[in-house]
Design a protein around this ligand. Structure first.
Ligand SMILES: [Zn+2]
Length: 180
């Protein structure tokens, strides 16, 4: 059940580790600093479902509990969740090129190094996940200050905020699976 970690934890470093928090339905809730997770466990708001490996016992005057890797909330308690990234969230050019894997959204060629505002910036188009796409220099120059419709250059896909929910949920199932 336990995951391996490359480095052993010490009394000095455990506080810098992070613990995954999952909900009653094994849904991904958050990743919190280890001290916060210890508080959740000691206050009986959460139980450890996967211990940190290698094992390390957190000791204080009042508690001695194994450092968790994953804790599960015992009820629908409120913990602060990740900031939500949506299509209207501001995006960096680097994030757009990474999301689109440097593929030009107009011609589909790889190696794109520029980012295009689908709705032109000069006409109010935002620097958001929903309005930015990777584009090669040729397409970016040809499209210029026009919308895809005006330029006759349809987008090959609809730009959206990147989502890694599925990846995180798969990681949870993997961690909870009995060792073969
Ligand atoms: Zn192109």
């Amino acid at each position: 059940m336990a995951r391996t970690s490359p480095t052993a934890i010490t009394a000095r470093t455990w506080m810098n580790t992070h613990v995954r928090v999952i909900g009653v339905a094994y849904d991904d809730i958050d990743v919190v600093p280890a001290p916060r997770a210890i508080v959740l466990v000691t206050e009986e708001l959460a139980v450890t479902v996967v211990e940190h490996s290698p094992r390390f016992v957190v000791r204080s005057q009042h508690v001695a509990i194994p450092l968790p890797h994953t804790v599960q909330l015992v009820d629908y308690v409120h913990v602060p969740t990740r900031p939500v990234v949506d299509d209207d969230s501001r995006a960096t050019f680097a994030a757009i090129l990474a999301r689109d894997r440097h593929r030009c959204a107009y011609c589909g060629r790889g190696g794109a190094r520029t980012v295009d505002h689908v709705h032109p910036k000069s006409r109010g188009g935002g620097e958001t996940f929903g309005n930015l796409v990777a584009a090669c220099a040729a397409c970016n120059g040809r499209k210029a200050n026009r919308t895809p419709e005006e330029a006759g250059m349809p987008l090959l896909w609809v730009p959206r905020a990147p989502r890694d929910d599925h990846k995180r949920q798969r990681a949870i199932w993997r961690e909870l699976a009995p060792a073969p």
